[in-house]
Design a protein around this ligand. Structure first.
Ligand code: CUA
Length: 183
């Protein structure tokens, strides 16, 4: 028989350095917990929390309508090795609404924005959860089907910004990229 009852007392409480390390870990837990509400109020890249429920099919229709009336060009997106994806570039009116849709596996459409103008960026997904990650700024938002997540956005610098997906979403996840041009 290999199982034997434990010899008592089997539990030895933390002692010496162990106590210090445990204390540091617990203290850090408190610091991290307090940082969450702190950044909620002080962070400059936070979501406004404005969101609406929307059927994916309706969000698709709004995005298609937005693209049809604001299209300014085409972007050839080199997504992986020899693969190329053509995306329409849409430019919303200053102060207006922009639509960006995540789906397996693209961010649609590419957007052209003006520095210093404020936009309402509507983000949603057609199929499953994607992660909107704007590089190199490292702004991150969860994109969920069924929700129209509205971000109030004012680009502060010009350039080309790449959107990557940072939520694993299947075979083409690594190739799910998009573009925002700021002029
Ligand atoms: Cu979309 Cu990963």
């Amino acid at each position: 028989m290999s199982l034997r009852p434990l010899t008592t007392p089997w539990f030895h409480g933390p002692a010496g350095h162990e106590k210090i390390w445990l204390g540091c870990a617990i203290l850090w837990c408190f610091v991290m917990s307090l940082m969450m509400p702190y950044w909620h109020f002080r962070g400059k890249q936070n979501s406004t929390g404005e969101a609406y429920t929307v059927r994916p099919v309706d969000f698709l229709a709004r995005t298609e309508k937005f693209v049809a009336s604001n299209r300014v060009g085409t972007f050839k997106n080199p997504i992986a090795n020899a693969l190329m994806q053509e995306l329409p570039i849409a430019e919303p009116p200053a102060g207006g609404d922009a639509y960006l849709m995540g789906r397996m596996w693209q961010w649609y459409p590419a957007l052209r924005l003006r520095q210093g103008e404020t936009y309402r960026l509507h983000l949603s997904s057609l199929d499953l959860q994607h992660g909107f990650s704007l590089q190199p700024l490292n702004m991150n938002f969860q994109v969920l089907p069924g929700y129209d997540h509205v971000l109030t956005l004012t680009p502060t610098s010009k350039g080309e910004f790449t959107i990557v997906c940072n939520e694993f979403c299947g075979a083409g996840h690594h190739a799910m990229t998009g573009k925002i041009f700021v002029e």
